[in-house]
Design a protein around this ligand. Structure first.
Ligand code: NOJ
Length: 767
């Protein structure tokens, strides 16, 4: 519907081996690349006929190779089990020699020679590390993200890994939750576009391509809604909320042909998601016709016992299986109990057969029977190929979000950024030279040796005009380094402060109850600000932080996430203006923690305050939905991001003032357009965002919903008209009867630079 937003040209990555990987994919969002899993049914049935019940259950069993990415509650003799056909999948194994050796046991010692499927959390790169997913989402560029996933697939598959537990498509509205870093942020529409992009990138054109990775949409579902932002916590929400906000990215992954889903840890409205028949069967199988298989998260089947819906492993296995979990990750409960449950008539043999079919189909589709092993010399040739590294730099540059850039402390009479050459720079902060932290969590084989830090890149550029002082550590009370940092600042024309979270402060099991700069970093920023020197604060984090003081007192703030192996070159080029920041937030930055969860697409209450989502002045009236000690508005809204030029937006024009619901249902659309002009002095990239709001409907609708966007790179003075079509797809919602339909409504439409800007055009959708 929206115009040419994701038109990707042919992009070819040449690898050092001389291989050429064509990255072009079906460019339209949501275009299915469904592998033809169902075309090998004879082979599946033939195998199934030969299998004993134990061998069948074996295909539904998965173990880590020893590396713990969760509590390790089970130790088994993997080789013996493999030889008996008792394991279908191994995960956390890397290294071609290693995976080949395990595969040899399955292929040479097991009776039916069914190959193992090796899984791994290939999240944002394999050896070549890209920015963390929340940073990649800030690119608002699914085609670019698809390329990063393709590169990750090429590198991981070279070591025998053919299944990634990615993408994580959980909507996250609470920055306390550390796993906000692993997803695309708070918006279901954008989340769906990125979900599909990752699936296309990982799975490639065809699963049988040896460079393809089976993808896994996780964590199904609602995991990001963890109460109080505490990881693994329970989630309770209405079915409407589930369908409107949390399910759409999963649906988009399914539509893009994702091969597997992972059931989550959390309970959802009282029913753990790894035993949730409604989500796993009613929605996923019956409504969406998903044909792949579902793996549990790490021991989440065993966790049905502490959840309290099973008193023993046998019941846990029965409940998870009955709900629709095909494969047991790490709990060893299917292996232990499923055969007996079948024998006792508590689980049907036909249901086991169906789960086994789903797994076998994937193994056949991946070509594992024909090519179970990988070439042990391949990884070395493809890892860190120069095109991969260049892509890592481009992706990092595209992910940076310029939060603030003012003349507050002018140098050369202009905004602080970009920096001009010839100045002396003080580089201060615990993350300026921390290679490991640049990798972010879940960095697979990413190695700190591969990382170029900001300090290294600035030293190359500035030589003796760079003064470095660490100043403090990420989490410490010690002020031992303050003095040196202040002295460095005094000698410099401008100060770059590299502050934020170390990499293990986000990701799994990394929820925070305070989301400001950790340790005494803010004190250091204050101390350095006391010198009066202009400051550029570069923030490394896996989540939105509360930066209200910094936003008031520091001249420029660049949100850099954990930017990956090319952190230094990407930052140095951006700070000095060879690259311009083009990132936009996909997660709201609150002013203070008490505001969270804070997200742009909230509902208006019956007592809204004026001034924040109506652009009217807040009257300060007491009996409105407000805090007595904080504004309602965020510090930086969803969609926010500055660059080195400025853009203006014309008023939005709609093709009609009214349209009938019958016309909408018959496929007619409203066309809206606006003109975006580069009003500054440099070329720059803008992301023009389409938002709608509907009122007069049967249920409350969000104050704004993102429905499209267009990335525009404009020269100074250049204007471009952006056009969008709004039809049934954009207008339908889960109405009072829980039907997904459009309704008569008063429709407001914005084309704006972020979720808190612009004036809408009004359209009436009549009955
Ligand atoms: C637990 C995590 O929740 C999940 O995201 C990951 O894929 C598995 N462990 C396997 O490492």
């Amino acid at each position: 519907m929206q115009r040419s937003i994701f038109r990707t040209g042919l992009v070819a990555l040449s690898l050092t081996s001389g291989l050429c990987v064509n990255l072009s994919r079906s460019a339209e969002p949501g275009a299915p690349t469904r592998p033809d899993w169902l075309s090998h049914e004879d082979r599946v049935e033939d195998l199934l006929k030969q299998m004993t019940l134990e061998e069948k259950v074996g295909q539904l069993v998965q173990f880590s190779n020893g590396t713990a990415t969760g509590p390790e509650n089970v130790k088994v003799d993997q080789d013996a089990l493999l030889a008996r056909g008792g394991i279908g999948s191994i995960f956390n194994a890397t290294g071609a020699k290693n995976t080949n050796a395990m595969q040899r046991v399955a292929m040479e010692k097991s009776r039916l020679k069914i190959p193992l499927l090796f899984g791994l959390d290939v999240i944002h790169g394999y050896r070549t590390t890209f920015p963390v997913p929340l940073g990649l989402a800030a690119t608002w560029d699914p085609a670019l993200v698809e390329q990063t996933a393709r590169v990750a697939a090429v590198e991981a598959s070279a070591e025998g890994v053919r299944w990634t537990f990615a993408p994580m498509v959980d909507i996250a509205r609470d920055p306390r939750w550390g796993r906000i870093m692993e997803g695309a942020g708070e918006d279901p529409y954008l989340g769906g576009l990125f979900a599909a992009a990752y699936v296309r990138g990982f799975q490639g054109k065809d699963l049988s391509d040896p460079t393809s990775l089976l993808a896994c949409a996780k964590h199904y579902v609602g995991y990001g809604g963890a109460e109080a932002g505490r990881d693994y916590n329970s989630v309770d929400m209405s079915e409407r909320m589930l369908r409107e906000i949390y399910l759409p990215p999963f649906r988009a992954a399914a539509d893009a042909g994702v091969g597997t889903f992972m059931s989550a840890f959390n309970s959802l409205s009282g029913v753990p998601t790894s035993a949730n028949h409604f989500t796993l069967t009613t929605v996923l199988r019956d409504e969406w016709a998903f044909k792949g298989f579902v793996v549990s998260d790490w021991t989440s089947i065993a966790e049905l016992i502490p959840h309290g819906i099973a008193l023993d492993g046998r019941t846990a296995a029965r409940k998870a299986f009955a709900a629709g979990v095909d494969m047991d990750m790490q709990a060893n409960l299917y292996a232990t109990h499923l055969p007996k449950l079948v024998g006792d008539g508590k689980v049907s043999a036909a249901a086991v057969d169906e789960s086994v079919r789903r797994v076998l189909r994937m193994k056949i589709a991946l070509g594992l029977f024909e090519k179970p092993y990988t070439d042990e010399s391949l990884a070395e040739r493809v890892e860190l190929a120069s095109d991969h590294v260049q892509l890592a730099r481009r992706a990092a540059e595209a992910s940076f979000v310029l939060l603030k850039n003012e003349r507050a402390r002018p140098i050369d009479g202009g905004p602080v950024l970009p920096l001009s050459e010839g100045k002396t720079v003080a580089l201060i902060g615990p993350l300026a030279d921390s290679a490991e932290d640049m990798l972010g969590e879940w960095s697979c084989k990413g190695d700190k040796k591969d990382v170029v830090t900001l300090r290294t890149s600035l030293a190359e550029r500035l030589k003796d005009r760079l003064i470095y002082a660490k100043g403090t550590d990420v989490r410490t009370d010690s002020r031992a380094g303050f003095e040196e940092a202040i002295e460095a600042a005094k000698k410099a024309d401008v100060v770059i402060m590299a502050m934020g979270e170390h990499r293990q402060m986000s990701g799994e099991a990394a929820s925070r109850s305070k989301i400001d700069l950790p340790g005494n970093q803010q004190e250091l920023v204050k101390a350095v600000a006391g010198t009066g020197k202009p400051i550029v604060l570069v923030v490394f984090s896996g989540r939105p932080l509360t930066l209200a003081w910094e936003a008031e007192h520091v001249g420029a703030i660049l949100q850099a996430w954990h930017p990956g192996a090319q952190a230094g070159p990407a930052l140095s080029r951006t700070l000095f203006g060879e690259a311009s920041p083009a990132g936009r937030l996909t997660a709201t930055f609150p002013r203070s923690l008490g505001q969270v969860p804070l997200y742009y697409n909230h509902f208006k209450t019956g007592r809204p305050i004026h001034g924040e989502d109506d652009d009217e002045k807040d009257t300060g009236f007491r009996f409105n939905s407000r805090y007595i000690d904080e504004k309602n508005s965020p510090l930086f809204p969803f969609g926010w991001g500055l660059t080195y030029t400025t853009f203006t937006y014309s008023p939005v024009k709609a093709s009609a003032e009214t349209i009938s619901l019958a016309d909408i249902n018959a496929g007619k659309t409203i066309n809206v357009e606006g003109t975006v002009t580069n009003s500054g002095g440099r070329e720059g990239t803008e992301v023009a965002q389409l938002y709608i709001r509907q009122r007069g409907t049967s249920v409350v609708r969000p104050v704004r919903e993102l429905k499209g966007f267009e990335r525009l790179t404009l020269k100074p003075g250049e204007s471009r008209v952006v056009r969008f079509e709004i039809g049934r797809e954009q207008l339908a919602f889960w109405n009072i009867d829980m039907k997904h339909e459009a309704e008569a409504a008063e429709l407001a439409v914005w084309i704006a630079p972020h979720a808190a800007a612009g004036k809408p055009a009004m359209v009436r959708i009549t009955d």
